[in-house]
Design a binder for this molecule. Structure first.
Ligand SMILES: [Fe+2]
Length: 550
């Protein structure tokens, strides 16, 4: 080993140098060969690629190369993990630059330079003889080597090494950038999908409708052969399987697949890749991979989302399961919210029933009036093509329109004789009393204007606010017609019910005066159904419409 090393010795890589392990025919890997050529271009040196285990020259960028380099050189230079320059004699320099590690080949790029023209040292003469070179060939080789200083050679080698490291780093950054861009695009599409779904989470959307939307968006995003969503149509009831693309199993098949994965931790989507070689693959020909996520948790599982058969070069992984998990969470939350809303509606209706029962108990003559007004008002609203949500509000408002009579003296409500002006004024307080009773109840806020203004007149002569025409809330204008119809048709303590012909003549005469002509027109358009509603109503039948029955 030369004693005049120019660089401090780098700790050896603890690799035994065993020439006997060299395998004939072993060459540079593709990566090593590329790096070897790059180093030669950057340093402008004739380089030899040397196997560090054997000293065998595997490749060369010059015209000539030794078959094997002197052991005193390669044994020393091969132990470095960084470029090194050594003086192998007073006038001859040798550099070694590690090539990338490969599975079955560890190599360095080795080059020579002369500090001044001179005869080669004995090591190189021996190597040339072992390689079968003539003296002339050796002289020719020497004449092609650069004449330089140690410092300059070291700078050139270091610069080439750093440039390649930078190139490696750039390549690594480019690869990471590509991966990040792909992840970003996927994340953007996922956010876009979730945003689109979030905008469609209205209570008016049934689980089936939202499932259809989810399935279409998921199918476009995951790009598998098939996407399916099995969803309960009603709580605890039967379900439906929606399919986009091709799914190689039916509902029963899906149940079998899921039953076979009972042990899976369903807090995460189920992923089955390489199905074809499994028993499942034999049972379901054409199924080669699958991802499934439950809709809802174990306490309220209302369906499943399944994606099957990605293109052959893809497997289900983090990206796909993340989207499936997010969409199933949204769908599960929507179903749970609909359940809660239904329970809330039922509670509200029970409360309204209690209030109506209390009112009915005060006046046997008006028993059922509230329910009939609610049914008639709702029918008129249907005729006027109002939306579903308004129908429910109008129905509730009809049930509660006279609730203020709870606060009116029973004797006035039951009085057979003609009421005095003061007594009539007392009864006229009931719309405001009803409003006052209900105004603190947030869930009944939507019915307040119907309760307060159902005794307004279209000509402005009504009470309590004296509103006129379309100043009167539409709900109240509809209730006014329904209320008057039932009141004129029903017996009271002080009079019998009015014949239908007379009621309808009054409607025609008072349209545009007492009542909104559009509502009167709606009445005449559906008069037979209105009559049937009232005729078919029976006391104590206890039938109040729930929202779901609408
Ligand atoms: Fe009233």
């Amino acid at each position: 080993m030369p004693s005049d090393l120019l660089q401090s010795t780098v700790p050896p890589r603890n690799r035994p140098l065993r020439a006997e392990t060299a395998r004939p025919g072993r060459g540079l890997s593709t990566g090593q060969a590329r790096r070897f050529r790059q180093l030669s271009e950057l340093t402008r040196l004739e380089l030899m690629a040397v196997d560090i285990m054997t000293g065998r020259v595997l490749d060369s960028t010059g015209i000539d190369s030794f078959q094997i380099v002197p052991g005193t050189l390669w044994r020393h230079l091969a132990t470095t993990s960084h470029p090194r320059v050594v003086e192998i004699s007073r006038k001859v320099l040798c550099c070694a630059i590690p090539l990338p590690e490969a599975e079955d080949c560890q190599a360095v790029a080795m080059g020579f330079a002369f500090r001044e023209p001179c005869a080669p040292p004995s090591d190189l003469v021996l190597a040339s003889v072992e390689s079968g070179w003539s003296q002339e060939r050796l002289n020719h080789w020497v004449s092609r080597q650069h004449v330089t200083t140690t410092e300059l050679l070291r700078s050139v080698v270091d610069c080439a090494w750093r440039q390649l490291l930078l190139a490696d780093e750039m390549q690594s950054l480019r690869s990471e950038l590509t991966r990040s861009t792909e992840r970003l695009e996927q994340t953007y599409e996922e956010i876009n999908l979730l945003h689109g779904l979030a905008k469609n989470l209205q209570f008016s959307r049934s689980p089936l409708e939202l499932s259809e939307l989810c399935m279409n968006r998921l199918h476009g995003l995951i790009r598998s052969e098939g996407t399916a969503i099995w969803i309960e149509e009603r709580r605890g009831g039967s379900g439906r399987m929606l399919i986009r693309g091709r799914i190689p199993f039916d509902e029963l098949g899906l149940a079998r697949i899921l039953a076979g994965s009972e042990a899976h931790d369903w807090s995460q989507p189920l992923v089955l890749n390489d199905i074809e070689r499994s028993c499942l693959g034999h049972d379901f020909p054409g199924l080669h991979n699958l991802a499934a996520a439950p809709i809802g948790d174990a306490s309220r599982r209302s369906g499943w989302i399944v994606s099957v058969n990605l293109p052959r070069n893809r497997s289900f992984g983090m990206l796909e399961t993340s989207v499936l998990g997010s969409v199933s969470t949204i769908l599960g939350s929507h179903v749970r919210n609909l359940d809660l809303k239904e329970q809330q509606d039922e509670m509200l209706l029970s409360f309204v029933r209690s209030l109506v029962s209390t009112l009915d108990a005060k006046d046997a003559y008006t028993r059922g009036h509230s329910e009939r007004v609610a049914l008639v008002a709702r029918r008129l609203a249907i005729e006027m093509t109002l939306p579903e949500a308004d129908l429910h509000d109008i129905y509730l408002s009809g049930l509660l329109h006279d609730i203020g009579k709870i606060g009116v003296d029973d004797r006035l409500l039951h009085k057979v004789e003609r009421l005095s002006a003061d007594e009539f004024e007392a009864i006229k307080q009931h719309p405001m009393l009803g409003y006052t009773i209900l105004v603190g109840l947030k869930d009944l806020r939507q019915v307040l204007l119907g309760v307060r203004n159902h005794h307004e007149r279209y000509d402005g002569l009504g009470y309590p606010d004296g509103l006129k025409g379309e100043e009167i809330p539409l709900m109240a204008r509809i209730l006014a017609v329904a209320d008057s119809f039932d009141a004129m048709q029903s017996n009271r303590s002080y009079r019998d019910g009015m014949p239908l012909e007379e009621t309808e003549r009054t409607f025609r005469e008072q349209a545009g005066k007492q009542w909104d002509p559009q509502v009167i027109e709606a009445y005449f358009a559906c008069r037979e159904e209105v009559h049937a509603l009232c005729a078919n109503w029976r006391p104590n039948d206890g039938t109040l419409l729930s929202r779901s029955a609408h």
